[in-house]
Design a protein around this ligand. Structure first.
Ligand code: NAD
Length: 509
């Protein structure tokens, strides 16, 4: 049944049984990188095949993106914004189908799949407004008859490398902003989710063609070790925006850094929530449920560590065990389902070996952890009592495992909270202004995102999204994140007819 629902959706989104995985303005008919089968993690059934890009196909895509950039950068930004507005409209029209395809290929539940497409629509709207607001500052010159200001120019080709868990939204955060900034975009999606990328590229191609453009957005589906590495080394890629594991980020930083290229790194998270005794338990449980179990714990912003003050710890633990027992796990397309499968067998293996490690290090599994005996990669979410000193807490296990820990004093909780390599999302639940402001102060959370009385996942696009430390330091989406896709030029115009030097220096013959 799943597959027949899938076939209609695939057809409407222009996905064939065998697809090209390289688009350089037009789809390259037979790319040379071998065949990739995209499967449905809910039933392990194949959805469609993709011929991956080889190095020669990559070259064609990159050359075309570079050539298109020479013209696209000259189109006035509000006109670029108008094309992005049309892409937003087309995404609105295809929201349900694209959301379904995300659920089919990635395994997240339909509501989250649609939510991802909504995020694309929201960022398109944001980008349209931004296209008239790429402001620079003007400064007061110390010299008479001089004008100083800064202006922002398009940067070049933006390479976007995306992770499987947000197969379309992360592309849009980068690509739609980069495009209004005047950059062209080459996208290398995860090999786990190639079909969603092809569907999005088809939408972009339609809109671009209707406006007399081609190749502003392009895609290369291929291995990280071949096509991905070529992208990192390619000087035409003025900025590489890479979303994925910390291990991938270290490699991207090294290779792109060697050529002094720019990077935007959005890497692994290990997010904690501090719950004070004066928190509202109802809010805590609802937020934790969505944050730890949503997307089967496969969000960079998933809640992984729950730090509970002694007075409230047992109550939250009791409520969570009860709530976890009621989570409906199953077909992501069934509206009653709250948790779909993990992405693949490797993810199940990683989770199971993580559970062994937790037990060996003295942790106690309070709930869950079994693989369900049905096709697909379904597992029970886990609640585990843990000690802050357990080494396993230091790394991100990309699965629905939530550690529960007890603390006495806020300072102790903040120290534990910050004592991991990653620094993406963080939150506190409290009704005390003093506790909240301590958490938000310079001696509080060391993360890129800090929330009070809401969980860590489900960011809005209006804010700059990203994290510190090993999460990579990049910022995407709202606020002034657009500046990473442009180059700043400081301009001084002397209209005085004299030549005074700065700092009052006299330099006369
Ligand atoms: P991954 O690191 O396995 O892969 C991410 C992408 O990097 C894929 O497209 C992959 O092909 C590519 N890649 C791998 N090696 C490469 C190389 N040498 N050169 C170029 N590209 C290369 O990650 P994943 O399993 O797809 O996603 C899960 C990870 O992503 C988690 O760690 C999660 O926290 C992180 N993530 C972070 C954010 C964020 O905004 N901080 C958002 C989503 C996911």
């Amino acid at each position: 049944m799943l597959l027949s629902t899938g076939e209609d959706v695939l057809d409407r989104l222009g996905i064939r049984k065998v697809n090209s995985g390289a688009c350089a303005g037009d789809w390259i008919p037979v790319p040379s990188g071998g065949e990739l089968i995209s499967s449905n993690p809910s039933g392990e059934s194949p959805l469609a095949a993709v011929r991956m890009a080889g190095e020669d196909d990559y070259e064609q895509v990159a050359a075309n993106a570079w050539e298109t950039f020479q013209r696209w950068r000259l189109l006035p930004a509000p006109k670029r914004g108008e094309i992005i507005r049309q892409i937003g409209d087309e995404l609105r029209r295809n929201k349900d189908d694209l959301g379904r395809l995300v659920a089919l290929e990635n395994g997240k539940i339909l509501a989250e799949g649609r939510g991802e497409v909504q995020e694309m629509i929201d960022i398109a709207d944001f980008a349209v407004g931004l296209s008239r607001q790429l402001y620079g500052l003007s400064m007061q010159s110390e010299r008479p008859g001089h004008r100083m200001y800064e202006q922002w120019h398009p940067l070049g080709v933006c390479g976007v490398i995306s992770a499987f868990n947000f197969p379309v939204a992360v592309w849009s955060w980068n690509a739609l902003i980069a495009a209004v900034c005047g950059d062209t975009v080459v996208w290398k999606p995860s090999s786990q989710t190639p079909l969603t990328a092809i569907a999005v590229q088809n939408i972009c191609n339609r809109v671009l063609e209707a406006n007399g453009w081609k190749g502003v957005f392009s895609v290369v589906i291929g291995r990280g070790s071949t096509v991905g590495e070529r992208m990192l080394e390619d000087r035409r890629m003025a900025v590489i925006s890479a979303t994925g594991s910390c291990a991938m980020g270290y490699r991207v930083a090294e290779v792109v850094g060697r050529r002094l290229g720019k990077t935007i790194l959005e890497l692994g998270g290990n997010n904690a929530v501090i719950v004070m005794d004066d928190a509202d338990p109802e809010l805590v449980v609802r937020a934790v449920l969505f944050g730890a179990v949503g997307t089967a714990g496969q969000r960079c912003t998933s809640i992984r560590r729950l730090l509970l003050q002694k007075g409230i710890a047992r109550e939250i633990e009791r409520r969570l065990v009860r709530a976890y027992g009621q989570i409906r796990i199953g077909d992501p397309l069934d509206p009653a389902t709250l948790m779909g499968p993990l992405i693949n067998q490797a993810a199940v293996d990683e989770m199971m070996s993580g559970l062994d490690e937790i037990r060996r290090q003295g942790g106690e599994i309070l709930y869950g952890g079994r693989r369900l005996s049905r096709p697909g990669y379904f597992v029970e979410p886990v609640l585990a009592r843990a000690q802050p000193s357990m080494p396993v807490l230091q790394r991100e296990i990309f699965a629905p495992i939530l550690y529960l820990m007890e603390f006495d004093q806020l300072d102790q909780a903040i120290a534990w909270h910050n004592d991991v390599p990653q620094g993406l999302g963080s939150a506190m639940f409290t009704s005390s202004l003093r506790s909240a402001e301590t958490f938000l102060s310079a001696r509080g959370s060391d993360c890129g995102i800090a929330n009070i009385n809401i969980g860590t996942s489900g960011a809005e696009i209006g804010g700059a999204f990203g994290g510190e430390k090993d999460t990579g330091g990049g910022r995407e989406a709202g606020s002034d994140a657009w500046k990473s896709y442009m180059r700043r030029q400081t301009v001084t115009v002397n209209w005085s007819g004299e030549l005074p030097l700065a700092q009052g220096i006299a330099f006369e013959l």
